[in-house]
Design a protein around this ligand. Structure first.
Ligand code: TIU
Length: 223
């Protein structure tokens, strides 16, 4: 069934069966005090604020039967998948990857900080992609999964708009996927980064994606 969402810069059309909802990095490390995001020097409240909004989107997509894919940024316990450059900059910023924090080792797989927040826990039948980088395609099985599922369009939510959301949408666009970013279901720690990132996506005639609100998605027309 084809669907049309009113979006910037023009309507986004997609087919339910070939669309996936991406929920990017809604983990304690970015959304909870003491995690990687806060230790980097950020106010994490914008990330927490979108949790109920994403719950709403998840509920809607689950009802429609849309494929749901969650991602988590984090590294293997031995940090063998963490480039030295990333490790050094995290340490310099007081958020050393692998160091012990209030929720276990920072940005490390298996730790509480790495877990998706309680409110957005995946349910049976949903996918979780663990990624060592900012983009969800780099060094992950996401491309293979999307090919197997016949996915062509992505509805994108999560954090942070200018870092992991942007990198993932850019990677997806280059691979031929059409991406709709929900501006009120994504967040950056600083509103200026969020607003600039959102504008960059849809300018130049949807140069690498479309942007709509959750309300616009919920009002999508089906044909
Ligand atoms: N620091 C920051 O804005 N973001 C990240 O490090 N990762 C994600 O965006 N998930």
């Amino acid at each position: 069934m084809s669907s049309f969402v009113s979006a910037q810069p023009f309507d986004f059309s997609f087919d339910l069966s070939s669309t996936a909802l991406l929920v990017i990095d809604m983990q304690n490390d970015f959304c909870t005090a003491g995690g990687f995001g806060e230790k980097l020097g950020n106010d994490i409240s914008p990330a927490r604020a979108i949790i109920p909004t994403i719950q709403n989107v998840l509920q809607h997509c689950r009802r429609l039967g849309i494929t749901v894919i969650h991602t988590r940024e984090g590294h293997l316990p031995d940090l063998s998948d963490c480039p030295a450059s990333k490790l050094q900059r995290s340490q310099r910023q007081g958020a050393g990857i692998g160091d012990l924090g209030p929720m276990g080792r920072i940005l490390t797989r298996g730790e509480l900080g790495h877990a998706i927040v309680d409110e957005l826990q995946p349910i049976s039948g949903e996918y979780v992609i663990d990624k060592p980088g900012k983009g969800a395609f780099y060094d992950t099985e996401l491309q293979t999964l999307l090919t197997q599922l016949g996915i062509r369009s992505l509805i994108v939510t999560g954090v942070t708009t200018h870092v992991c959301v942007h990198t993932t949408v850019r990677e997806a666009n280059d691979r031929g996927y059409e991406c709709l970013v929900l501006e009120d279901a994504t967040a950056a720690f600083d509103i200026r980064d969020h607003e600039a990132a959102i504008r960059m996506i849809h300018q130049q005639g949807a140069i690498f994606g479309w942007v709509s609100t959750v309300e616009q998605l919920l009002s999508a027309k089906f044909e």
